[in-house]
Structure formats: C-alpha cells, structure tokens
Design a protein around this ligand. Structure first.
Ligand code: GRF
Length: 208
C-alpha cells in the first residue's frame, strides 16, 4: 500500500512509520510527505530519504502551497492509498476527508475523547491531563473527519501519569507508546485487518 504522511514538526511518528516500512513490519511504502512547514524536522528527514515533499495548504504565509484540489490530484498521481497525520497541526479540509473515506488516520497524545479538540495540541494536552488529576493518559489512533479529534477511535494505549510528572516527562512517556500503537494500527490498515463492527466502530483483527 502507498502512504502519504502529514507532519508539521519533528516527525518522530513519521520516522517510526518509515522505519517500520523498511523493516517490513508495515506492508507499505511512504510515497509522499505533506507539510505546512517547509523546514520542519519531518520534512528535512523526508528530503534526506528521497521522499517527495508537498507544501499544503496554500496561505498568505505559504503562497507556494497547494490548494485542496491540487493536493488531491497530486496524491492521486502518487497513487496514495492512505493518509496518516503525524503531528500535522492544520485541520484537514472536508474535500480531502471525502476523497479518502475510511482512509485517513491521526494520532493524538491523550485518551480521546478526553483532552482533544481545537485547544488541545502539543504540551497543552499534557498540562491539561496533569491539572485534571487523571491517573492515566496515553495515545489514541483515530480515523479523521472534518473536525479536530472527533473521528472514530481505532486504537489506544494506556500510560500512567506519575505523581510528580512535568508535562514534558508525561509527553515523552506517551510519545514512546505513540510510535508503537501507530505502527500497529498502520500495519493493520495496510494488511486489511480493520473490521467494522455493525455499529460502525472500527476494530483491529490480530494477525493469524
Ligand atoms: C505527537 O505527540 C502527536 O500525538 C501529536 O503531535 C506530536 C507529534 O510528534 N499529534 P512527532 O512530530 O511525531 O514527533
């Protein structure tokens, strides 16, 4: 399967997925990287590996960026099957959601539906978790709809919140598990091991 990855930052989830394609834990290839930040760590890493980088979206600060239609056409030209958001901070426009039904995943660093939505990104998520007194947090992989963090949940992992955690310490503990759960979810997606329960909830079928 062909994967398109979206990043805005350091891209450690992108690298975990890329490595898993090389090690054949994921039966797929990273065909293209999409970013709103031309010089972010993830984009630099992609260029280093010879992966084409597309700028999206077009904006005042990024006039060379692609429009939604141009991006969809480019992704089709690369024959991309699945889109994986990995620390991409912009909202995915509805045209893109409709062009890739049941084919876009995101990773979020909290146990959704808690601590998700527009205000919860980056360290704000972990600050919110600590301030709430929650004893557990952890990453969520979910399908993407046209809102922030509301699509159907595919996979989660539980991570303890320790009594004296700083947001940075909690973020680092969650990030380690993000890499594992995202690789597992993408491996299932590429192997066609996602089953849709009658009520519409997606589940991962384990390998035989
Ligand atoms: C991760 O915590 C992810 O859950 C969130 O943004 C962060 C991206 O980290 N959506 P990285 O760029 O993959 O290192």
């Amino acid at each position: 399967k062909k994967l398109g990855i979206f990043v805005s930052g350091g891209g450690s989830n992108f690298r975990a997925i890329y490595d898993a394609t090389i090690n054949e834990l994921i039966h797929g290839d990273v065909s293209v990287l999409v970013t709103d930040k031309a010089s972010c760590g993830g984009a630099e890493y992609a260029r280093d590996k010879g992966i084409p980088v597309l700028l999206f979206p077009k904006s005042k600060s990024c006039p060379e960026g692609l429009s939604s239609m141009d991006l969809i056409n480019a992704l089709r030209a690369f024959e991309v099957d699945f889109l994986l958001l990995a620390g991409y901070l912009k909202l995915i426009p509805i045209e893109l959601v409709q062009a890739y039904p049941k084919s876009i995943l995101n990773i979020h660093p909290s146990l959704l539906p808690a601590f998700g939505g527009k205000g919860f990104y980056g360290m704000k998520v972990h600050k919110g978790v600590i301030a709430s007194g929650a004893r557990y947090s952890g990453p969520t992989v979910h399908f993407v709809d046209e809102h922030y963090d509301t699509g159907l949940i595919l996979a989660q992992k539980v991570v303890p919140v320790l009594a004296n955690d700083t947001p940075e310490q909690l973020a680092a503990r969650v990030l380690q598990e993000e890499h594992k759960v995202y690789v597992e979810a993408v491996a299932a997606l590429c192997d066609d091991r996602i089953v849709w329960r009658v009520d519409g909830v997606p589940l991962i079928r384990s390998k035989e």
